[in-house]
Design a protein around this ligand. Structure first.
Ligand SMILES: [Zn+2]
Length: 597
């Protein structure tokens, strides 16, 4: 409301003639006039503050010329295109035990490699896939690079797959001797492959562990018939060194291990310990080897999706994890030892009509930033988690009306090595983040109204974000979410099928239609809580992304049309979508339902 609008709004009604001159009426009139004047003064101040805030924040978008915007948009679209292509390069290597019991597995990989490729392309049509295999046997079973029958035990990365299939067709599983096998030579061969793609996935299929009682629970007898080398590797190689070579030197993104029985369990426990990074090795048990191809497709897709998501957040020139590290302290700080600082808080105002907000975005107008009353804040000295791809979170407390409110969190961007700190912490980035979450919250508000009373639909809420300036430092501030943190989707087509949230899949689809294809709220993560009113469950979410046809706003996680496409490539309309009357997408396809066969 402008000051002149306020004046009209608060203008006292024309006094009734009969009361003019009465002392009582006069005093009531003058006190009301006083209130109006006060209110006008307050609004004037607010306007001044607003102007100052805009000035301080140097809102670039306002004087953005049409020509400049068009040029920047063109460049950004090209950048997104290249980034998406790079993120879809996949090197997929199979590490196979080729001793006597393994012929079925070898045949399965050979027969299904084309179907696996098709399954990956279905979600990522621009995927460039190269496949390789590495075989190993035991120390004395033709375990040389070319075996006694002239078969090559390694087939390096191949884009067409034909070399792979031809070479694998010639392989006959044989030998084995004792129960343990020479897995280490297999790992060494994997390290010698010509790894190049952005995504590097190793799939290991075997039914026996490596040598050394450290890796298995086989009975140790006098003649060592289960394991001729109970002390460990014949050549003294070390598993930590081998895995580090794969992780650090070859930059293998994931090591996926397929158990065919329980005999390999202990080996993988040891491998995981040796690898250091939790999550780098993933494992699954297969009673039926025909379940493996589908898992390989799922793994490949989620690897690509994660890469896309990471690249879009960070920028394709920065490699995933190269941030200046911080010491992480998960527990809440001892508040008594934390300094109390003065901070200035900025927020977006709430738009009561979503159409008005959408119109503003369509017109490329910035949302107004309001300067709030200054506040006092305490911020933990160390972040409490390293999980966020882009930002460090810190516990924080603000003092409101003399009382500390301690369930707050402030977030600051991570600094990639070699980057200009001032650019990393530019106000635009913090304002952009605040704008994303504010728009998402507005959309969720209408979605909740629209779905209220619908069975099985949960509420969707986003924590409201403000921007906080403390001295020379800037943060985003929001409420701390308690509970079991779950990522339901990302901004690149990933859908969490283990914790599938029908409401959230429908919500993302709905945001696209509700905005007439202008934008889409995605990258949904947070906690689920009972909402209290009538037991309707709610998702409390934060850090979403917004894809928008205007690729110059909503931060770098905005992939524009390409982002819409990525969502629809994995989204399958559910009952809630249908109830809301959402149009099914042409390329509707489901991660859950697609079978590789
Ligand atoms: Zn849908």
């Amino acid at each position: 409301m402008s000051a002149s609008e306020a004046r009209a709004y608060f203008m006292p009604p024309r006094p009734n003639g009969s009361f003019i001159g009465s002392a009582r009426s006069n005093s009531s009139l003058s006190s009301r006039t006083h209130l109006v004047i006060q209110e006008i003064e307050r609004l004037k101040n607010e306007n001044e503050k607003l102007k100052r805030a805009s000035g301080q924040f140097d809102l670039q978008r306002l004087p953005y010329s049409v020509e400049q915007h068009a040029a920047d948009t063109k460049a950004r679209r090209e950048e997104i295109k290249v980034m998406i292509m790079k993120a879809q390069e996949l090197d997929l290597a199979f590490l196979l035990d080729a001793t006597a019991s393994m012929q079925d597995s070898i045949d399965m990989v050979k027969d299904k490699v084309a179907a696996m490729s098709a399954g990956i392309s279905q979600a990522y049509p621009e995927c460039t896939l190269r496949v390789a295999f590495v075989l190993y046997r035991d120390y004395d079973d033709s375990n040389t690079d070319i075996d006694s029958k002239g078969c090559n035990l390694t087939s390096d990365f191949d884009g067409s797959g034909s070399t792979f299939i031809r070479a694998l067709s010639r392989v006959r599983a044989k030998g084995g001797g004792d129960a343990a096998e020479d897995v280490f030579t297999g790992l060494q061969r994997v390290a010698n492959l010509d790894w190049q793609a952005r995504n590097r996935l190793l799939v290991h299929i075997c039914d026996a562990p490596c040598h050394g009682t450290q890796f298995h629970d086989f009975p140790v007898e006098k003649n060592n018939e289960w394991d001729n080398y109970p002390q460990g590797d014949k050549y003294g190689r070390n598993i930590h060194t081998l895995l580090m070579q794969l992780r650090e030197h070859c930059q293998v993104t994931h090591y996926y291990f397929c158990h065919l029985n329980d005999g390999t369990k202990k080996m993988m426990q040891e491998f995981k310990k040796a690898a250091g990074e939790p999550g780098w090795i993933e494992e699954a048990h297969f009673r039926d080897i025909n379940g493996i191809p589908q898992k390989v497709v799922t793994m490949s897709r989620s690897t690509i999706s994660r890469t896309l998501s990471n690249l879009s957040g960070i920028g394709s020139h920065v490699h995933g994890t190269n941030f200046i590290p911080e010491n992480v302290i998960p527990s809440r700080p001892n508040w008594a030892s934390i300094a109390l600082l003065n901070g200035q808080q900025y927020k977006h105002r709430w738009y009561h009509f979503l159409d008005g907000l959408m119109q503003k975005i369509a017109n490329r107008e910035a949302l107004e930033v309001e300067e709030m009353d200054s506040l006092q804040v305490q911020i933990a000295t160390h972040p409490f988690s390293a999980e966020g791809t882009m930002r460090w979170p810190y516990h924080a407390a603000v003092i409101q009306h003399g009382q500390p409110v301690r369930n707050m969190v402030v977030k600051r961007f991570k600094v990639p090595f070699g980057h200009n700190i001032r650019q990393v912490h530019s106000k635009e980035r913090y304002l952009g983040q605040m704008e994303v979450q504010t728009v998402a919250a507005h959309m969720a508000h209408e979605f909740n109204n629209r779905t209220s009373g619908l069975r099985g639909v949960k509420k969707v809420e986003f924590t409201l974000v403000s921007t906080l300036q403390v001295g020379s430092k800037i943060y985003n501030m929001e409420k701390f979410l308690e509970g079991n943190w779950i990522r339901y989707s990302n901004n690149a087509g990933y859908v969490n099928t283990a914790d599938y949230a029908a409401t959230l899949q429908a919500f993302t689809h709905w945001t696209h239609e509700r905005s007439n294809g202008l934008l889409m709220v995605t990258d949904l993560q947070g906690v689920m809580q009972p909402s209290g009113n009538g037991g309707r469950y709610m998702f409390w979410l934060c850090d979403p992304s917004i894809h928008c046809t205007d690729v110059m706003r909503f931060t770098r996680t905005n992939l524009g049309d390409a982002g819409f496409k990525l969502f629809f490539s994995s989204h399958k309309c559910n009952d809630i979508c249908r109830h809301l009357g959402l149009k099914a997408s042409d390329n509707g396809y489901s991660t859950v339902g697609t079978q590789v066969g």
